[in-house]
Design a protein around this ligand. Structure first.
Ligand code: GLA
Length: 395
């Protein structure tokens, strides 16, 4: 879903109307799916996300003073904020912009004002990380406009996470920002969140494709439940550390898992730890399955991941359960929720030549169960943020 000439023209007209004629620059930042390794990026686990070609665009120019004036093309929403100002819930999505610019400034880099139009083709509230897409987009713009691109993409990812944690108040891990900032066309990223070491994994799925399944059920309670899960993991870790030589829950292995569980007195903590350890092991198995072109094995791992997130981590919810069940019945090798959960999107591994039939059947089954339609998007694994040439559209 690349920007079309028509969409560009609309952004440009809107920019001129709001901010006058100028040499606007066009930037893009992708969104992400996570193939596997869910809710373990804050437990030192390995995760396997990838950037996808759906994302956020900005047509911007520097502003003279330290002011951010942006209009969302989608929401027809205009906001003006001063760099350095505090989080304000009324500022809605501009908070991600402000938080990111503040974080860049606090780490000693140059920042400056921005004026322009933001346009995204990420389905809203779908859990494909529109917030991280916006943070990294703004990071890329500030980097290119005010810092000669000196800030590394890895550092921008860290600053994006800092924005979520310290400015927005979501204690997220770094997976989303990292996947978006470091995205590489055709590759998933094996990110070791304990060290931030990473490697690209060729995500060639042969005759199969990962399909994004949008439940069209907005995510509910995601921030509070997310922070609650993280706190449960931290409390389990405090109890386990004196008995095991570990820094993070994912330093435990499937071999010492039972011993670890016997130390924990609370059932919910035992479940969270079981999820973290088994999910971490599944990531490695999934990489093997991809390397061996074994789609049955990969599909089974996606299913196991979903069940672990449903029963042990308790973050799926009726709609994600229904859509993944429908996908399995419709012939997918496997399916799971992706992202934080509590609504949003799932992914399914499907044979390319069965795609049309799959969509029909999965869509029908899901509608029978929930009354809602499914939106399907084929995953195209794209690269990280970039500036786009606009000359070809300017005649
Ligand atoms: C959200 C967070 C990520 C990660 C996922 C769950 O997307 O932003 O850091 O924890 O949930 O895997």
């Amino acid at each position: 879903m690349k920007l079309t000439k028509e969409e560009y023209k609309k952004m440009k007209d809107r920019a001129i109307l709001n901010f006058g004629k100028a040499d606007y620059r066009l930037f893009f930042s992708p969104s992400r799916i996570n193939i596997i390794g869910e809710h373990i990026d804050y437990n030192g686990g390995n995760v396997l996300p990838c950037a996808i070609e759906i994302g956020t665009y900005a047509l911007v120019k520097p502003a003279v003073r330290d002011v951010i004036r942006l209009r969302s093309y989608n929401a027809q929403y205009y906001k003006e904020v001063l760099i350095g100002s505090e989080f304000n819930p009324n500022n809605k999505w501009i908070n991600y912009t402000l938080g990111m610019i503040n974080a860049i400034s606090e780490s000693g880099y140059e920042v400056g004002g921005l004026e322009g139009i933001i346009y995204g083709n990420i389905p809203t509230g779908a859990g494909l990380s529109s917030s991280a897409s916006l943070e990294i987009l703004i990071g890329k713009i500030i980097n290119d406009l005010y810092n000669n691109s000196e800030i590394s993409m890895k550092d921008l990812a860290v600053l994006g996470m800092k924005t979520e944690n310290d400015f927005i108040g979501l204690n997220s891990g770094i997976m989303d920002q990292f996947a978006i900032a470091m995205g590489s066309s055709g590759s998933a990223i094996l990110l070791k969140t304990g060290t931030l070491d990473y490697e690209y994994v060729d995500a060639d799925l042969g005759d199969s494709v990962l399909v994004i399944l949008n439940t069209n059920k907005g995510r509910r309670l995601v921030d509070s439940k997310y922070n609650e899960r993280r706190a449960e993991c931290e409390s389990a870790l405090v109890k386990l550390k004196p008995k095991f030589e570990i820094e993070n829950l994912c330093d435990l292995t499937e071999e010492n898992l039972e011993d670890a569980l016997s130390v924990l007195d609370l059932e919910n903590e035992r479940r969270r730890v079981r999820h973290a350890v088994t999910e971490n092991a599944r990531v490695q198995k999934a990489i093997e399955a991809i390397k061996n072109s074994n789609m049955e094995a990969l599909g089974n791992l996606l299913n196991e991941s979903h069940y672990s997130l449903k029963y042990d981590y308790e973050v799926t919810g009726d709609h994600l359960d229904a859509i993944t069940a429908a996908a399995r019945k419709a012939g997918a090798f496997g399916a799971r929720m992706t992202g934080a959960g509590f609504g949003g999107c799932g992914i399914a591994l499907v044979k390319k030549d069965e795609l049309d039939e799959f969509k029909k059947t999965a869509g029908r089954l899901y509608k029978e169960e929930t009354g809602l339609e499914v939106d399907f998007y084929e995953t195209v694994i794209g690269s990280g943020p970039c500036e786009l040439e606009v000359e070809r559209w300017e005649y």
